[in-house]
Design a binder for this molecule. Sequence first.
Ligand code: NAD
Length: 493
Amino acid sequence: MQSAPPIKLDLLINLQTEAAEHYFEVRDPGKFAEVVALVATATARDVDAAVKGAYQASLIWREVPVAERGRRLLEAAEAMKAIAGELGITLAREQGMLLAETKRDVANGVQAIREAVAISAAFLEADIHEDGESLIRIEKAPIGVIAAIIPWNAPMGLAMGKVGPALVCGNALVVKPSPFAPVALTQALQLLAGFFPPGLINVINGDGEAGPALSRHALVGKVSFTGSIATGRAVMAAAAGTVKNIALELGGNDPAILLDDANPDEVVPELVKRIFPRSGQVCYAVKRIYVPQALHDRFYDSLCATVDQFQVGYGLDARSTLSPVNNQHQFNYLQGLIERTRAAGGDVRELGSKVDADTWRDGYYLRPAVISRIAPNAEVVVAEQFGPVIPLIPYRTEEEALQMANGTEHGLASSVWTGDFERGLQLAKRIQAGVTFVNSHARTSLGDRHMPFGGVKQSGIGRGRTTIGMAEYIEYHAISLNKKNLTNFQATP
Ligand code: NAD
């Protein structure tokens, strides 16, 4: 079958699409021969133009009433929903993941904008304190220009989780997608930008030059970064020059602790659903499992039998239940990690079947692997593997399990699996993490509205989602009014 010609994407600065000197190729991680897109590479000069445009737009947008900002965002979200099917297919081709997963990412993006609008009016009200003489209003003022730097693994949900709150709070944006999944996100942002004044949403692509230029630009008020810990450190250092506000949503190495009163046969199917989505390339996927010594063998057998059912194949092939990984660096790292784990004496079982063995040479395909008989401080346990590889570590006492769970630089999400409410809650409170689930992982029936998301230790600074996350996009401005000398005094203008 003839493949579609590559999509060509320019820069978007001040609502103008601008050609660049260089374009980089985005290839399909499941079919190397296919060039999905040619994407404009931004220079530091382009970044400067985008930030200056955003700054001017932010001065206008901050005066627009919150209700009007929300109305435009909802219209924009509807437009994005109308092309969700196409965006999902493009994302699956550039990012490599299963179509069901990319469609969910697009739907999460639309939902993130709607959620931000839904909570904005009450959140953005000033807080008021008053006595006979004075009135203090704590205004929630926009910051100005937000630089939103996005990773490749869930670009739509993560980007719109910044776009929604940033815009409804009165800011302007310069968004930098990842070079490993820039296409669907750039298309969506180009569409959304048309609903707002010129300069309010700018999109620049690239890597080496664009990211650092954005992180150190004097007119950027805040860098809202999602990505790896290593890049987070670089962003933090670049932002230090102008003492810039930053939010860092970084890597995780989420532990799941199974207690001795949990039933492995019930827990395993649930856990597998939380380890392997997007081929394990999820910041809050389960990345290591601690299991009581006495339950180890039963748990291991059940885990291997379940993981063996995966069908690894092309993301757009309906038979596939596990996709390739996204890029060469990740593919090489995971292969090396498996070799090093074997060399260290670990028992590595590579499981699952190939949907179409002939295509494997042309994509970053890996079988899902279950690792056992490995030291608790082995690389595969303490590093963020970010792939379809899961280590199982036995423990003797609950205290030992807790120490191992807390014994890394990470602190994003985590879970405890038990039949006892009180035991689960008490252990959950002692885990060093931004988010802990009991008897689930990365999922609550209450949705995202009530659960702020983010990490402690080196997993990040700040929170996303909810009104706590929205507070990342405002500056508190306290204004004290002396009533005695003011005519026409009113508490709420
Ligand atoms: P990455 O750090 O390599 O890249 C993230 C973004 O930063 C990309 O857009 C990249 O081009 C840009 N970038 C690269 N160098 C830069 C620099 N010096 N200055 C500014 N920007 C720069 O991460 P990735 O490989 O795209 O994503 C995977 C990582 O992201 C994993 O560690 C994962 O856990 C993490 N992640 C975290 C969350 C969260 O919410 N905590 C969510 C998703 C992914």
